[in-house]
Design a protein around this ligand. Structure first.
Ligand code: NDP
Length: 254
């Protein structure tokens, strides 16, 4: 299905080498966007860009680590140099981290999760917003989680990091509202991706448990999350900023 939700928009997607980010790049391209994708695994990014170009989309990739400010700056600079502006960004890169009771959690898990999920989004926001201010505004969607709204056991650093993504979203939305930059977040429920397939693989019965706790009784496909992000990034919701949209089959509504 092709539509025109993002026609003419230049969009940056972080964490696009798999899962929700890869699906987002495909959905945004189908919706007419020029898509620049970034992550650390170049082979996956190159394959994705090739597939998007085969379908007639304009696409490019930049390898980088969201924890490293210079890498994020390089990706944003590439977008502006190549396409003249940055209209929209989906700050999706993130990790789950090992699941352990809080009192057994290691410094390493805490540091890696917070560095990736919080500093990564912070790095993206400051460079993206600077680029958007130079051309009169834009729209940003940060990928939080239902874990940014409610607690989930044995994932304390992840829960803290995704609550922080909500905080960063609200702070940025408030600061730049008058300058034409909208900043929103989505809070996906459990979605089929490498993070969840890994968790399900290591924890027999977990998928059934998650399904039973979700009113719709299932996990999401990555494309369902990407569609919500596409709408928030588009011009269809110009008065919408600072919000956190659950995309979760009713999980946090219970
Ligand atoms: P994946 O593991 O499939 O994707 C994660 C992506 O993030 C990959 O492209 C990975 O690329 C990238 N990434 C990880 N660390 C870094 C880094 N340091 N620098 C740059 N890129 C990085 O998982 P999902 O698609 O599920 O996750 C995407 C987002 O969705 C995450 O923020 C996650 O927390 C969130 N989310 C997922 C849910 C789910 O159930 N799947 C539910 C709620 C939220 P690479 O390794 O190549 O760098």
């Amino acid at each position: 299905m092709t539509s025109d939700l993002l026609t003419g928009k230049v969009v940056l997607v972080t964490g696009a080498s798999s899962g929700i980010g890869e699906a987002a790049a495909r959905v945004f391209a189908q919706e007419g966007a020029t898509v620049v994708v970034t992550a650390r695994r170049e082979d996956r990014l190159a394959a994705l860009v090739g597939a998007l170009r085969d379908k007639g989309a304009e696409a490019a990739h930049v390898v980088g680590d969201v924890r490293v400010a210079e890498d994020v700056a390089r990706a944003v600079d590439f977008v502006v140099a190549e396409y003249g502006r940055l209209d929209a960004a989906f700050n999706n890169a993130g990790i789950g981290g090992d699941r352990t009771p809080l009192h057994l959690m290691t410094d390493d898990v805490y540091d890696t999760v917070m560095d990736t999920n919080v500093r990564g989004v912070f790095n993206c926001l400051r460079h993206e917003i600077a680029a958007m201010l130079a051309t009169g505004g834009g729209s940003i969607v940060n990928n939080s989680s239902v874990g940014g709204l409610v607690a989930i056991p044995t994932a304390a650093p992840y829960i803290a990091s995704k609550h922080a993504v909500v905080g960063l979203t609200r702070a940025a939305a408030d600061e730049y509202a008058k300058q034409g930059v909208r900043v929103n977040a989505i809070a996906p429920g459990t979605t089929r991706s490498e993070i969840t397939l890994d968790w399900f693989g290591r924890n027999p019965g977990l998928q059934d448990l998650v399904n039973s706790l979700t009113p719709q009784g299932r996990t999401a496909e990555p494309e369902e999350i990407a569609q919500a992000a596409a709408w928030l990034l588009s011009d269809r919701c110009p008065f919408l900023t600072g919000t956190v949209m659950p995309v979760d089959g009713g999980f946090v509504n219970q």
